[in-house]
Design a protein. Sequence first.
Length: 321
Amino acid sequence: MMKKLYALSVLLLGALSINAQTVLYSNDFEDGVGDATIVGNGEIVAAENTAFGNVFHNAKGGQAVRANYLLLPETVFADLQAEDLASATITELTISFWVNKGTDTANEFTPIFSAYAAAPIDGANTWPMMVLQSRLLAQINNAGWTDFTNEENVDGTNTVSVEWLADNNWHFYAATFSPTQVSVYVDGVAQNTWNVSEADGNTVNGLFTNGADLKYVSLGGNQAWNWGDVDPAFMFDDLAIYSEVLTVAEMEAIMTAKTASTSITTPEVEANGQVVSEAYYSITGAKVGGDFEALTPGIYIKRAVYSNGAVKSSKIVKANR
């Protein structure tokens, strides 16, 4: 399988305190969309905030219904079962990315991430499906269903809002899933958390037992059913899908690494000379070796020494593909 990496430079080695996670898929868009496919008029563009570098704008040419999004490889959710298909012991999932309002003008009901069994048919999507909406809600209908109702919310009511995008700043979005609980976070703060009980006829477990059925996986758009809401015109960066539930501390570490970073660019390499040595460390600071290819998938710190003596540390992710 193809290997997709992304790098975020950090100022201090050991500033983060999260363990290596199992990455099912990642894309930082620095070198394009990789093994994903642009559907519609999306483009790779340069973000004004240089910490984000190149990002994916899913509707650069204008918004339309079920027409503009990034289509991910069809194995994204199948890989959730790949490690232990017989016992199905992997029962955690996190979908995370940075998102900016971009040029969007209509987003109240737009999906921000979705997955279906197949492409839209006659202009409509069908089940099985899962949808994460821009307004902080979710829906799953895959080997069982749940609508994440007010009654399931730990606060007794759902938070429904797109105002978190209105400031035109970049925000870190994460949705975490287990068989009994689903949460949506913005910038490390839980916006909605639902306790799910199969006794009440609701289940998200189909993501873990039948994830391979969700082959048409979309970032930024592709509305549910035959609803007529346009796809958003958001910008996205650092998409990462994990077979674990990220903790708030881990989310905060990712945000710190991003916002306190400057990318290692070609001019910097030219200024510092060539890399003469490099080593890899766990996020907690333990040295794990000098051969990137020998590392297991997860999150690491790369420490590079340049020929002029400069030392740079970068947070990187090694994915399964």
